[in-house]
Ligand binder design. Structure first.
Ligand code: NAD
Length: 341
């Protein structure tokens, strides 16, 4: 029976594995730590390592795993910016992922962030609990008639735009691979990035983290945005350069920012640090703005998404164990098939 180390495991991780049909055909070792150079050693005697978004699977870590006999890295996510695929290939490791799981989960959370930020629901909630029933400082704007710019129109970007339909907004989109057929049906207009930046009241990021999208939101691109624009990021933290973002909030250039992801989230998100001194000064500064709303990488976190993530991960691991071809879209590196052939 294949043994798999499941890194960054929470109680609910185990629960979803237990409930997934077929999971009893593998021996899952649930490890609370995220994968890094130290925790890599916990995969001793395992043939697979299941990793999540903030696990680090760079070359040194993959070398340790390969040395321990791990042959499969199974990502419990769609994004794979945290894995050195070249190193995996060189070390003869297969890398598989969960290509699509409930884009609705992330798109709905994005919409939730936009509505909460605009109508100051996060502030109103706290005020009313303190019996402060005043409205000053809580004014929002109608979405109707506004322009929303969406960067990245893959599964999540498209789903977000489809949710927006009921709000009677105009949608501008930017993607390196535009889907014109879909855009025509939805009344969406693809425009160059600069036009999207200067023409949008709200900008939402749904592109993956790649060398091209790293800091796609920086001092220059913020400068091109409308004064008072809102920026939402539920994609990956490193799409935004945090230092000019803070400057733009201080100056009022940006009217509001909602983040589900943060550039340096690895050491902070998914941990309870409520009794500690926050060491990340930029995150601490962001938390002081009344017009900033942050959630800790929870956009994916629905029952439906977790069930799908776990089903695909179990399937990936069992296919590897029984030498069956992986399902379409899951494979990032297939080095073991040559070794096993
Ligand atoms: P996807 O692959 O379906 O779509 C990504 C889109 O971005 C594609 O259309 C692609 O052409 C486009 N793109 C690529 N490079 C680009 C560039 N340089 N400029 C503009 N567009 C570019 O991915 P998806 O399933 O829609 O997911 C989008 C991202 O959301 C993921 O990469 C991941 O980082 C993030 N995500 C976040 C969460 C969360 O919980 N917050 C959960 C799942 C995914």
């Amino acid at each position: 029976m294949i043994r798999a180390a499941v890194y960054d495991s929470k109680p609910y991780t185990r629960q979803f594995f237990d409930e997934t049909p077929g999971s009893d055909q593998a021996d899952w070792r649930f490890i609370e730590a995220k994968l890094d150079r130290d925790s890599a050693w916990s995969a001793k005697d395992c043939q697979a390592a299941c990793v999540f978004v903030n696990c680090v699977a760079n070359r040194p870590v993959l070398e340790v795993l390969a040395q321990l006999g791990v042959s499969l890295i199974a990502l419990r996510s769609a994004g794979y910016n945290n894995v050195d695929l070249d190193a995996a290939r060189n070390l003869g490791l297969d890398v598989v992922r969960v290509p699509a799981y409930s884009p609705e989960a992330v798109a709905e959370h994005t919409l939730g962030l936009l509505l909460a930020l605009n109508r100051r629901i996060h502030r109103a909630y706290n005020r009313v609990r303190e019996q402060n029933f005043a409205l000053t400082g809580l004014m929002g704007f109608n979405l109707e008639g506004k322009t929303v710019g969406v960067i990245g129109t893959g599964r999540i970007g498209k789903t977000f735009i489809e949710l927006l339909c009921g709000f009677k907004v105009r949608v501008l989109a930017y993607d390196v691979k535009p889907d014109q057929h879909w855009a025509e049906k939805r009344g969406v207009r693809y425009v160059p990035l600069n036009e999207l930046l200067s023409g949008s009241d709200v900008i939402s990021l749904h592109a993956p983290l790649t060398p091209e999208t790293h800091h796609i939101i920086n001092a220059q691109t913020i400068d091109r945005m409308k004064n008072g624009a809102y920026l939402i990021n539920t994609s990956r933290g490193k799409l935004i350069d945090t230092t000019p973002l803070i400057e733009a909030l201080k100056s009022g250039k940006l009217g509001g920012v909602a983040l589900d992801v943060y550039e340096e989230e690895e050491n902070v998100f998914s941990r309870d640090l409520s009794d500690q001194v926050l060491q990340d000064d930029e995150l601490a500064r962001l938390l002081t703005f009344p017009n900033v709303l942050i959630t800790a990488h929870q956009a994916f976190f629905t029952r439906e998404a977790l069930a799908q993530i776990t089903r695909t991960t179990v399937d990936n691991v069992l296919r590897f164990a029984s030498d069956q071809p992986y399902l379409e879209g899951t494979v990032l590196v297939e080095a073991q098939s040559q070794v096993r052939a």
